[in-house]
Write a protein that binds this ligand. Structure first.
Ligand SMILES: [Zn+2]
Length: 398
């Protein structure tokens, strides 16, 4: 059953590692990959296998109905931000609200974590306060596996071809690096990752990075009058000329930001690294324009090319692609309503593997798992919502 399956996956440490260049980034992710392949074989998915990069693929042939091949994707790794070893999950049946003591010095308090209100009455799983839980994204894996198990037990249910993939290294930004779209060969797919089960996400940020390189003029400070130009001081000037209200601290929902992630400086040289984010590509181009305008202004002020700005695209919003294939969202909305789930479309304030896949040609919105507070000891997930999500996936394919 779903619960046992999920708890079994949580016990396997699958933390990915950003320093390692190998694929998968940590070999322990293969422990889960191999278990999943053997479980898929038991569920008659005889073509299931793990490839040389640690990605698990499997295909469940359809028995009529919808002609489209529908894909489902979840990631096996957990975040390097917190330990995923010796996870000791605790189930709270029929959670009635209120504070949950995780251990002697850590508690999950609804005053701090309002999302607990969304799981009142549910069976929920929490940590012992020392590790993350790993529901991100083993809940997604358990939901997909349980859907396959359900279809295997109920051959009378008519469904489309289903293609699944479980990827390593999503948390270190390499979840789609070796993804084989030809092998996956679905018309469209859904990532099942994070968020509550009424949430549908198909809008993510457009993301650029900017590197600002500043050259100063170093002169002995004793004889610096009208001569010295400090690169570090120009860096400070540059940052303060950017619009204050576009700092992450002041933004939410559809508001984009410029975020200074790193600054390094001497009199002679300074560099600043920024990330620029916006759901609207036009507004993101305006942000780029502001960077260029400030650089031009300061270069003019100092009378030489003190500042050079370089931009690089990181990923793009998937929404233009999903909007062209909007039936894949409408279908989910309709099936949610059948199940009494009130759909909510929410913008992702980040990127997803689905965004990259969408731009590679596989439209891929995200559906939730019923969890919250990922990447740390306050992570929790609702088993009740996970079970409901299994029902939703069965309806999506049938
Ligand atoms: Zn995730």
């Amino acid at each position: 059953m779903l619960e046992n399956r999920f708890l079994e996956y949580l016990k396997i440490d699958t933390q990915s590692c950003s320093d390692s260049q190998s694929a998968p980034s940590s070999t322990k992710q293969l422990d889960l990959a191999n278990l999943l392949v053997s479980q898929l074989h038991e569920l008659n998915v005889t073509n299931a296998h793990v490839d040389e990069h640690g990605i698990v693929y499997g295909r469940i042939p359809g028995n009529g109905g919808n002609q489209d091949v529908i894909g489902f994707i979840a990631h096996m790794d957990t975040s390097p931000d917190a330990s995923g070893a010796n996870v000791k999950p605790r189930i709270i049946r029929n959670y009635q609200g209120g504070k949950i003591q995780l251990n002697s010095d850590r508690s999950l308090d609804p005053k701090e974590f309002e999302t607990l209100a969304k799981v009142i009455g549910d069976d929920i799983v929490v940590t012992d306060g020392t590790t993350l839980l790993g529901a991100d994204d083993k809940a997604g894996i358990a939901i997909i596996m349980e859907m396959i198990s359900y279809l295997n037990d109920n051959p009378q249910i008519i469904h489309s071809d289903i293609q699944i993939a479980f990827t390593p290294d999503e948390e270190v930004g390499r979840g789609t690096k070796h993804f084989d779209l030809e092998k996956f060969n679905a018309r469209y797919a859904y990532t099942i990752d994070g968020g509550f089960i009424n949430e549908i996400s198909y809008e993510n940020f457009n993301a650029y990075s900017a590197q600002v390189a500043i050259t100063g003029k170093s002169v002995h400070p004793g004889s610096a009058k009208n001569k010295m130009v400090s690169a570090t001081m120009i860096a400070i000037e540059f940052e303060t000329m950017l619009p204050l209200h576009k700092r992450p601290y002041f933004t939410s929902e559809y508001e984009g930001f410029n975020h200074l992630t790193k600054i390094d400086g001497t009199v002679e040289q300074a560099t600043m690294e920024y990330i620029l984010r916006n759901h609207s590509i036009d507004k993101l181009n305006e942000q780029i324009g502001e960077f260029n305008k400030i650089a031009a202004f300061l270069n003019d002020k100092y009378g030489y090319q003190a500042i050079k700005v370089k931009f690089e695209e990181s990923y793009l919003n998937m929404s233009p692609i999903i909007e062209k294939n909007y039936h894949i969202v409408e279908n989910v909305i309709a099936k949610m309503k059948e199940l009494g789930i009130k759909p909510k479309i929410i913008p992702t304030r980040g990127g997803t593997d689905g965004a990259l896949l969408s731009h590679m040609g596989l439209p891929c919105p995200n559906l939730g798992t019923g969890g919250a507070n990922f990447h740390g000891p306050y992570e929790f997930v609702s088993l009740t919502q996970m079970q409901k999500q299994v029902e939703l996936l069965v309806r999506i394919v049938s």
